[in-house]
Design a binder for this molecule. Structure first.
Ligand code: BG6
Length: 509
């Protein structure tokens, strides 16, 4: 998150004020891969359209295959044409393309790093980018170790002149132990302040707005606790299946793929205490306290607190789709969950007794990510017995995607001679209020990493505590054989309803 004043930074865009990063070079490992083509290069290009890249800036794409600078530019042109949010502008592309370079490098070959050093020096000279450099690891997690090592051995992690940063994509490990190992390994060469862990949910405007909504408005914070909130619901529902990622997904499952990172990050923003200031360490300190207070799930609670399931054949968007076990790369007796619902508890003064219901799933009825705050009913309803018994309590729904916005449900009198009360919505929509498209999460995160702002990047301890919670569930599942099922295109397994008692229901927004 970039916070500066207009006086310091004359470049203004929309309602935000930005500063531009210092000159530097971004090296993308996996430079021709899917992530680079879909997200990273288009996001950098879009930043250049927005005038947010430094004038002296370069990108070096690397991968195993041989390619020339010109060939790389051509490939990236196609990627930008297809995936840029702002669309291709030939003039801007020409100047952006002049800052794109390519170096063949095999991450497992130590000599490759010496060649990369040579290329980096050439580019730094040619594009006058100076000594600052950022290494983006858009590669499978197995390669994180050797790249961090190779960079370290080649002296590329040193910051004697200018900064050196490393950006890594999730998954940060596979469980608590492996994430500690990964961290220890990267830390041999890069200090924590040089490491940027990408969780793209934190780059979403609507996720950032959770903090602004909570702490820029005095009226909600006094109610934001177990005295007034009955329960909190966090959902990430997708209509997509595992697509071509069956092999990866088999080793991940919904718990690792979405809960460990995206959902627990959102939960920590919803549940954290007010930070004394808006700097990265203060915010991350508060988030980590929430993750530490998340009660681990004991083996004897697994049945009452967690439901896991797989999608079966069903209809999504009018199309018949196969069940998870029939997907490519998936074992016919797979025990990998495509949906998980959890009743979580945060053991602290603010939240004791207020459950957090967390749910995610692939092939659900709609694509929707939402935070729903369910308030307790008014202590006394004076209209009872007047056909108003079913008046639902107040609800605050923060829609992260799509139809980004915030809705507050309140009771209102129906215009009629009798005293009838019905729920109505007070609504704010990003679309109509700001009339601009929010930036892609990767634009925000790349810019912040180049600016050296860690606010939107999970710190090592956050990742560790999130894994401990997730591991407590996985350990309880071990050998349990529990696995429910839901038809593709529905809101998940009916068994998940059993986690909510006392008239509470999962939303189907
Ligand atoms: C990724 C997961 O991190 O997030 C994917 O690996 C998932 O499985 C994706 O589809 C969802 O992101 P978004 O931004 O579309 O909600």
């Amino acid at each position: 998150m970039v916070s500066t004043t207009l006086a310091e930074n004359p470049l203004r865009e929309g309602l935000r004020t930005w500063r531009t990063p210092q000159p530097g070079t971004v090296v993308v490992f996996g430079g021709t891969g899917d992530l680079a083509q879909r997200k990273i290069i288009p996001a950098l290009y879009d930043l250049s359209v927005r005038g947010l890249l430094p004038a002296r800036f370069a990108v070096i794409g690397t991968s195993r295959r041989p390619e020339s600078d010109a060939g790389y530019r051509e490939q990236m042109l196609a990627a930008v044409e297809k995936n840029s949010r702002l669309g291709l502008n030939h003039e801007i592309w020409d100047s952006f393309a002049a800052s794109l370079f390519y170096q063949q490098a095999d991450p497992s070959d130590a000599n490759g790093y010496a060649e990369l050093c040579t290329k980096l020096a050439e580019v730094q000279e040619q594009a006058a980018t100076g000594p600052n450099k950022m290494f983006y690891l858009a590669v499978p997690p197995a390669a994180f170790f050797e790249i961090a090592e190779g960079l370290g051995q080649a002296g590329l992690a040193r910051q004697d002149e200018g900064w050196s940063r490393i950006v890594i994509e999730k998954p940060f490990g596979y469980d608590t132990v492996s994430s500690e190992q990964l961290n220890a390994h990267i830390s041999r060469h890069f200090a924590e302040e040089q490491i940027y862990r990408i969780d793209h949910y934190l780059g979403k405007e609507t996720v950032q707005n959770i903090l602004v909504f909570r702490f820029a408005n005095g009226i909600f914070e006094p109610l934001w606790n177990n005295r007034y909130i009955d329960y909190v619901e966090l959902s990430v529902a997708e209509t997509l299946g595992v697509e071509s990622r069956g092999a990866y997904y088999e080793g991940a499952g919904a718990l690792r793929d979405i809960v460990q990172n995206h959902l627990l990050q959102v939960l920590s923003l919803v549940a954290m205490e007010a930070p004394a200031s808006f700097d990265a360490e203060t915010i991350r300190d508060e988030k980590v306290k929430v993750l530490r207070s998340l009660r681990r799930i004991a083996p004897d609670e697994i049945g009452s607190r967690v439901v896991r399931a797989q999608y079966a054949e069903g209809d999504v968007g009018g199309r018949r789709v196969p069940g998870y076990r029939q997907e490519d790369g998936v074992a016919p007796d797979s025990m990998t969950e495509t949906s998980v619902a959890i009743k979580a508890s945060i053991d602290n003064w603010r939240w004791a007794g207020t459950p957090f219901f967390i749910r995610t799933g692939k092939r659900m009825a709609r694509r929707v990510t939402e935070v729903a705050i369910h308030f307790k009913p008014a202590p006394h309803i004076p209209f009872a017995g007047m056909d108003n018994d079913d008046l639902p309590p107040n609800l605050l729904a923060m829609r992260i995607q799509p139809d980004e916005g915030i809705t507050l449900r309140v009771g209102s009198k129906v215009p009629s001679p009798t005293l009838q009360v019905r729920p109505v919505n007070l609504q704010f929509l990003y679309d109509s209020s700001f009339l601009v498209d929010p930036p892609e999460a990767y634009e925000t995160l790349l810019l912040d990493a180049m600016l050296g702002d860690h606010t939107l990047f999970p710190r090592a301890d956050e990742v560790q505590y999130a894994w401990r919670f997730v591991d407590s569930i996985r350990e309880s599942w071990r050998g349990s054989g529990l696995m429910d099922s839901y038809p593709a295109g529905t809101w998940g397994p009916v068994e998940a309803d059993g986690l909510m008692l006392d008239g509470r229901l999962w939303r189907e927004p």
